[in-house]
Design a protein around this ligand. Structure first.
Ligand code: FPP
Length: 254
């Protein structure tokens, strides 16, 4: 890999630990080429693998991608059906490769119908097979909604505190977050959305509370290593304050 020599100097403190990506624009990429939308999703597979490689290369330790939302069931039935089969085949074809790259694959979202049982089984299987890997944690948000996750966390908390809940019962962020789909997931540092849309679309509403947002016009299938590095460079220029008065760029923060 000769790319390493081209890496910008990100410094020690400037690399986001957790990057989340809304992989948007597959349909438009296909339309521009006179192809069917599903061809755009197929083309997006390589962009996903490249994002994983780049994250490994630069030392991002958590990468979370939005693959299917709780609202995406409203898409045309043939596209939904395609996406279920596509994600199944992607897992079947790529898990060995991800495992060899020391990637820990996890899923967040509602793991229940209408997600096909075969796909749910594959999710569990991929998680089991890659559980000991530690170079990168790749979380795939599937049948995921940020609001649904918060509702599910509230239900989990209520179920486990039915005896003690009351008007004077105190609950803090950390205790509530224990009910999130993957409580070990750190907060998002950098959230990227491709294709020029500037919204969160119900992605990681809790975990992205202080994320830096980077929106790029690039359509997901064209999101390559250079574009990922450019987004990381943009992140590096931001001043993160977390509510206090610090006004230092990320590189100056210890
Ligand atoms: C949110 O926008 C975007 C997503 C939930 C990503 C969807 C991505 C895919 C279907 C492709 C997955 C590709 C691979 C390679 C696995 P939205 O369109 O749901 O929300 P909006 O209506 O607000 O734009």
């Amino acid at each position: 890999m000769d790319e390493v020599t081209n890496l910008p100097d990100f410094g020690n403190s400037s690399m986001p630990a957790h990057v989340a990506i809304i992989m948007d624009g597959n349909g438009r990429w296909a339309n521009l080429r006179g192809l069917r939308r599903n061809a755009g999703h197929e083309a997006g597979e390589q962009a996903l693998l490249t994002a994983v490689e780049t994250a490994l290369e630069v030392g991002v330790s958590h990468l979370t991608v939005y693959a299917f939302s709780t609202e995406n069931w409203r898409r045309p039935a043939d596209e939904v059906e395609f996406l279920m089969g596509f994600n199944e085949s992607l897992l079947l074809r790529r898990v060995d490769e991800l495992d060899a790259q020391d990637v820990n694959v996890r899923f967040i979202g509602r793991r229940c119908a209408p997600v096909p049982e075969r796909l749910i089984d594959l999710m569990h299987d991929s998680e089991r097979r890659t559980a000991d890997n530690s170079s990168l944690t790749l979380r795939v948000a599937f049948n995921y909604g940020g609001r649904a996750e918060i509702v599910d966390a509230a239900l989990a908390w209520a179920a486990s505190h039915s005896e003690t809940a009351g008007a004077d019962r105190h609950i803090d962020d950390a205790e509530f977050a224990a009910g999130m789909y993957d409580p070990s997931m750190p907060d998002v540092d950098l959230l990227i959305r491709t294709s020029g849309e500037m919204r969160l679309s119900n992605f990681l509403l809790w975990q992205a509370a202080y994320a830096e947002l980077v929106f790029t016009e690039t359509l997901w299938p064209d999101f390559d290593r250079d574009e990922f590095l450019r987004c990381l460079g943009e992140y590096q220029q931001r001043a993160r304050r977390f509510g206090d008065a610090r006004d230092a760029p990320i590189t100056d923060q210890a």
